[in-house]
Design a protein around this ligand. Structure first.
Ligand code: SIN
Length: 280
């Protein structure tokens, strides 16, 4: 049986994001439904699905509709499913994963297209995820700043986050590993023409961007800080509240995200699959 009943896509904020209803992701998705989802993904940057009852196999199958799965080399995987990264915070753990603005895998030479995060267990309240639009972030800059940034590249790295020298809290030790694999840096344009929409998006982020190419870190930081303040303006941000069975699918080239850590003493457990992208 097909998962396409009557898809409806409803924008949830002026900046980004849409809720999709009328689809059961545990079923095979027909091509006409996928075409509608592809269009919505390119337009809204992040799609939200509610009340989905997914096995890990369903999650993997839906992710594969979007491309090859990128096996995250740093996250602890779900037991028996190396392609699913576990985003877990236990009641005794103070630090969460993703608790700062970032976009996944910008440290890779070919950054991921997007990530599909599925909620299995969520706190009674809190534990929301914020999303920010990098189209809006770029569009709000002056013409002069836009022109300058379009001639620039930036260096992204995983070393300071996942590497051996990273200043990582001890309570994340069981959640992340393989710090010996955090070796490479990647250089990307500061402004990308988005591969799906063709729109210009700012492509630097506080999590992984270390400097502009050809600039020192010290020279880069003031301008990066200015761009980060612009990008995180409230009007460019949407806050998503999870329920068990919610799935968010975001575009890593057009958005940032931030996992809010305001639920100490409770468990939060989500499964994340990341899909391969293309060179920017
Ligand atoms: C992530 O950064 O991928 C995790 C986001 C979240 O847990 O809300």
């Amino acid at each position: 049986m097909s998962g396409y009943q009557h898809i409806q896509v409803r924008s949830v904020s002026s900046a980004l994001g849409a809720e999709v209803t009328g689809i059961d992701l545990s079923k095979e998705i027909r091509e006409n439904a996928l075409a509608e989802l592809r269009r919505a993904f390119a337009e809204y940057g992040v799609l939200f699905f509610r009340d989905q009852d997914l096995t890990p196999e369903d999650h993997v199958r839906f992710a594969r509709c979007w491309g090859e799965i990128n096996i995250n080399r740093f996250f602890t995987p779900v037991a028996g499913y190396p392609m699913i990264a576990e985003v877990r915070k236990e009641p005794k753990q103070r630090t969460n994963i993703g608790g700062g603005w970032h976009t996944d895998h910008s440290y890779d030479e070919i950054p991921a297209l997007g990530s599909l995060l599925y909620a299995r267990e969520v706190p009674k309240r809190g534990g929301d995820t914020l999303f920010a639009s990098m189209y809006e972030a770029f569009g709000a800059l002056s013409a002069g700043m836009q022109k300058m940034l379009q001639g620039m590249k930036a260096v992204h790295s995983s070393r300071h986050v996942f590497g051996a020298g990273a200043n990582r809290p001890a309570d994340l030790a069981q959640r992340l590993g393989h710090n010996e694999l955090a070796t490479q840096d990647a250089v990307h344009p500061v402004v990308i023409a988005h591969p799906l929409s063709g729109r210009k998006a700012l492509y630097v982020n506080p999590g992984f961007t270390v400097c502009f190419e050809g600039w020192t870190a010290e020279e880069s930081q003031p301008l990066l800080d200015y761009l980060y303040r612009q990008a995180a303006r409230p009007e460019f941000v949407y806050r998503f509240s999870w329920r068990p069975g919610s799935l968010a699918f975001w575009d890593n080239r057009a958005t940032w995200h931030y996992a809010v850590n305001d639920y100490q003493g409770e468990r939060r457990l989500l499964h994340r699959i990341t899909v391969e992208g293309e060179a920017l």
